[in-house]
Design a protein around this ligand. Sequence first.
Ligand code: SF4
Length: 305
Amino acid sequence: MDPFYYSFNNYLKTRFQSRVRRISLNAGFGCPHRDEKLGLKGCFYCNESGFVSYKDIKLSLVEQIETSMAIFKKQFKADKFIAYFQNASNTYAPVEDLKQIYDVIKQFDQIIGLAISTRPDCIDDQKLKLIDSYCGQYEVWLEYGLQSIHIQTLELLNRQHTMQDFLDAVAKTAKTRIKIAAHVMLGIPGESRQDMIATALSLARLPIQAVKVHIFHILKNTRFAEIYEQEQFKLISEPEYVRIACDFLEHLKPDCAIMRLVSESSQELLIAPLWMNQKQKILHAIGNEFQKRGTHQGSYWGKNK
Ligand code: SF4
C-alpha cells in the first residue's frame, strides 16, 4: 500500500479483495481526430504505435484476452480481469458495432470489468446508455482524454476539443452508473507549476473517480518530433517532474484513484525525455519527496475552494 497516494491497484484490492489486472486491448478503432481523408492529423504527440496494447490487430479480441490472461495469471497470480479498450478512440463506431465489440467480455467469467478510453467529444446519450447497460454485471469505467484544462495547451497539443467538451461529457456520464477517469499530462511545454495545479484543482471539483497521469514526451513520427528537431524546446527534467507530480497530487481529492503516475513508452519510439522509462526510480523519488514535505495526495484539497 502506497502511503502517499491512492493507487488504482489499492482501489482494486479493496474493491475486489483479489488480484485484478487490466488487459489492454486493441479493437482496431480509429479516431475522429486522425482521419487523414478529412485532413485531420490528430494530436501532435500521438503515434498509434505508442499505445502499449496489442499492435498486431490480426489477433482477435478473444485471442488478445486469452494471451494476456495466461501471462498475468502466471506472472501476477491474477484471478480477475478488467478488459481495457485502449487504442485510439474506443467509442468511435455506431452503437450496434460498439455493442458487438464490448460483448466479447461476456465470453470470460474472470472478466469483472470494462474500461473504455475515448475523447470527450466522442460520446453521446446512446453510447452512454449502451455502456451503462454493462454496469449491472461489471465494474465499468469511461476514461476521457483531457490532458490540461488550459485552452492554449489544448491548442498547442492540437487536441481539437475544448474544456467545455470535457465538462459536458463528465456531466452526462455522471448521471449514469459509469465511473469516470480523466487522462492528464504533466510537463507540457509552456505550462507553469500553477497551470498544472489549476488542472488538479478543477478535476478535484468534478465527479470523477480516477486520474491517469502521463509525462509529456515526444515520440518518433509525430508532429512534435518534427518541431523538436527544429527547435529543441525545453522539456521537464526528472527532479522537476517529481516535484510537480507531488504538487499535482496534493491538490487532488484523497479518494481519487491514481491509475498511473509515471507513463512509459517504447524505447524504440521515444525521442525525449530519455529519463522517462525508469518508472520504479521515479516512483521512489516521488515517495521521498512526499516524505520530505510531510504531505500526501489530498493534503491541500479543499483549501483553495
Ligand atoms: S484523440 Fe487519442 S487517438 Fe486521437 S489523435 Fe489524439 S491521442 Fe491520438
